[in-house]
Design a protein around this ligand. Structure first.
Ligand code: HEC
Ligand code: HEC
Length: 329
């Protein structure tokens, strides 16, 4: 009984002392004062366990596509570089003044698996400077960042620089620097991602702007800026433009008619054939599917004297004409 009373008294005294300590303002909250080694150790272990637990069960999509890595790189330059630095690029003064100091990601990444990296980038880490990007970025954008992070370890400064320059996009780099400043600055310059002439990027990382409808381009920028079309990467870019600038840049790209088309990637002939058939007659569905979805057979066969329907047959790989309404009951 005595022991219980003593313990209770101890706990109460600790709580009162803790409250007094907190209220007194003696504790130094300055980010520049750092942590005691003991505090740092406790916080790090707690953080690592928490991330491990919360990332458990997250399904990791394929992450090796070149276009994903390239898109991730541009996100990284815009949102992570100031705090974390990159190979050959030290962190800026923003990162220097934090507790804990943001780690060099080339060293930190191998500690984590893809699901854990995704979780950290999406949710951030409480009581540190590490923000969560979930509220501002789409899922595919978060995974693109992870795809790039996985490439970071072992990347040399020269390799990193070569990636950021990406010669395919930045043909006419001299002109670009004159317009938008050296790479790393002027991140909102469209050419850094879409290419000087808006040719885009062959592998699909950045859409082609050249020759698209002026209204479409303008409306796209408006809806990125308002968030109606969500994109972590285009929103800050579009928000920085005035309405007049949006109209001007839309008119510019709509008018470009000499942007080179990148070479088509060698598509698989079977996919090409199937794609052609689907675009001509629609997706093949079974009679049961069709009833469930209430989908009408797409296009009638053009022989006026025969009420037939054209369908794509996966078995023969060809379009076939079948008697209309036969299986629509
Ligand atoms: C405002 C500064 C800031 C920005 C911006 C920032 N981070 Fe961080 N990040 C931090 C800090 C500080 C930590 C250290 C947290 C800790 O050690 O508990 C951290 C930790 C991390 C970690 C865990 C590393 C480890 O092992 O401790 C990863 C991964 C990470 N950041 C990725 C990113 C990515 C990717 C971006 C951009 C999308 C980003 N960060 C943007 C400040 C930042
Ligand atoms: C940091 C890279 C980056 C920069 C800089 C950038 N974009 Fe984009 N842009 C993208 C990505 C990635 C997409 C695809 C976004 C999506 O998935 O919706 C995109 C999409 C677009 C689209 C929609 C295209 C379509 O076919 O629907 C327009 C329009 C556009 N950007 C215009 C611009 C303009 C104008 C600028 C310069 C003021 C610019 N972008 C700067 C990366 C960038």
């Amino acid at each position: 009984m005595k022991i219980v009373a003593a313990l209770a008294a101890f706990v109460i005294v600790m709580i009162v002392l803790g409250a007094l300590f907190m209220y007194s303002g003696i504790y130094n909250i300055a980010a520049t004062s750092g942590h005691l080694p003991m505090t740092r150790w406790l916080l790090t272990v707690g953080m690592e366990r928490s991330v491990e637990q919360h990332a458990d069960g997250i399904q990791v999509p394929p992450l090796s596509a070149g276009s994903q890595v390239l898109r991730g790189l541009r996100h990284f330059e815009a949102f992570c570089l100031p705090c974390h630095g990159a190979p050959g690029i030290p962190r800026t003064q923003i990162g220097e003044g934090e507790t804990p100091v943001p780690p060099e990601l080339s060293d930190a990444v191998p500690k984590w698996n893809a699901a854990e990296l995704y979780w950290i980038v999406k949710h951030g880490i409480k009581y540190t400077g590490m923000p969560g990007f979930g509220p501002s970025h789409r899922e595919d954008e978060l995974w693109a960042i992870v795809a790039f992070l996985l490439r970071l370890p072992g990347l040399t400064a020269a390799e990193y620089e070569a990636m950021t320059k990406d010669v395919e996009v930045l043909t006419g780099e001299g002109e670009l620097i004159a317009l938008a400043g050296p790479p790393g600055e002027g991140l909102t310059a469209c050419a850094r991602c879409h290419g000087l002439k808006g040719a885009g990027k062959g592998v699909g990382a950045f859409p082609r702007l050249a020759g698209q409808g002026e209204t479409y381009l303008y409306e796209s920028l408006k809806s990125y800026a308002s968030g109606a079309r969500p994109s972590g990467i285009m929103r800050p870019v579009a928000e920085a433009l005035t309405d007049d600038q949006m109209r001007a840049v839309a008119a510019y790209y709509a008018g470009v008619d000499d942007a080179p088309y990148p070479p088509l990637p060698g598509a698989d002939p079977v996919s090409l054939q199937r794609g052609g058939a689907i675009s001509a007659v629609g997706l093949p569905v079974t009679a049961t599917d069709r009833r469930a979805l209430d989908v009408r057979p797409p296009i009638r066969c053009w022989r006026a004297n025969m009420r037939t329907t054209r369908r794509f047959s996966f078995r023969s790989g060809r379009r076939v004409c079948a008697a209309a309404d036969r299986d629509r009951r």
